[in-house]
Write a protein that binds this ligand. Structure first.
Ligand code: SAM
Length: 279
């Protein structure tokens, strides 16, 4: 019998440990182990990697990640009620699962993990976006992680992978695609979760590029993109006029028509503009 088979079904785990879902912690659990195994497979080859999992809850995805061969997992869970269920998993996989009871926004995973590191999570959506932005904006690139496999509400997933010319295209797309390869790898209906959330979800896989796709200063690029998309309906010459008095010339020098709107401008062109403003 493999380790995963020795563990009780997740519905039983929830009942035994009385893990009624708490809305305040964004708890929508995945109880189908075939599904969590499928998500774990999207994280890539785990056999030589340490994995950081945020919000393991009763441990469905954790089990999938271990069964997929993760070398070692650090799982950070805020809800202490989940700890006994996670301890059972740790016992079934000796030395491979460390659980910390705490807030993922406050814990440094590098104190526990050794690269290469992959990150996987089915997280509350608000925490997920905040962590994603942090993981994408470290002080140095490449980051400590090799890939991120994260559940988001469908609409946020679409914003991460969006291309120019679409409504979903904006700061998140540029931030993510500048330094990572991004793909939606799985779509899930509300009924996949217990209890079901109001909206559909999707798993996004991001793999870190060794260096940014186009050269640019990160702080300048971030400022230009924020200003451009804060007034996304305005022409860029108006939206960006606060940045420099000769913005029209700078836009033209970067190969962007001053009458364009942010939504139409490619990542490459935004990087060219950031370089132009860095002269
Ligand atoms: N991964 C489990 C699954 O797929 O069934 C649980 C998913 S549930 C959407 C989100 C989990 O994240 C919950 O267990 C919740 O307690 C935990 N959580 C919420 N905020 C957190 C935070 N700031 N740090 C760590 N865990 C958090």
């Amino acid at each position: 019998m493999s380790a995963i088979d020795s563990l009780p079904p997740l519905r039983e785990v929830i009942a035994t440990h009385q893990l009624s879902a708490r809305k305040s912690l964004g708890q929508n659990f995945l109880l189908d182990l075939n599904l969590t195994a499928k998500i774990a497979r999207q994280a890539g080859d785990l056999s030589n990697c340490d994995v950081l999992e945020i919000g393991p809850g009763p441990g469905g995805l954790t089990r999938g990640l271990l069964a997929e061969g993760a070398r070692r997992i650090l799982a950070i869970e805020k809800d202490p009620r989940c700890l006994p269920a996670l301890a059972e998993i740790a016992e079934a996989y000796p030395g491979r699962l460390k659980v910390i009871n705490g807030d993922a926004l406050e814990i440094d995973p590098l104190a526990y993990l050794t690269p290469p590191i992959r990150i996987a999570a089915n997280l509350p959506y608000n925490v997920g976006t905040e962590l994603l932005v942090r993981w994408l904006t470290p002080s140095d690139w490449p980051p400590f992680w090799q890939s991120l496999t994260l559940m988001f509400q469908r609409e946020v997933a679409e914003r991460i992978v969006a291309r120019p010319g679409s409504k979903a295209y904006g700061r998140l797309a540029i931030l993510a695609q500048w330094r990572a390869e991004t793909r939606i790898v799985l779509s899930l209906p509300p009924e996949a979760f217990t209890p079901p959330p109001k909206v559909s979800s999707a798993v996004v896989h991001l793999s870190a590029l060794p260096e940014p796709r186009y050269p640019a200063n990160a702080a300048i690029l971030s400022r230009v993109v924020a200003a451009a998309f804060n007034q996304r309906r305005k022409m860029l010459r108006a939206a960006l006029k606060g940045m420099t008095p000769d913005i029209e010339d700078r836009l033209t020098a970067a190969g962007i028509a001053p009458t364009e709107r942010a939504e139409q401008v490619s990542l490459e062109a935004f990087c060219a503009l950031a370089r132009e403003l860095d002269r």
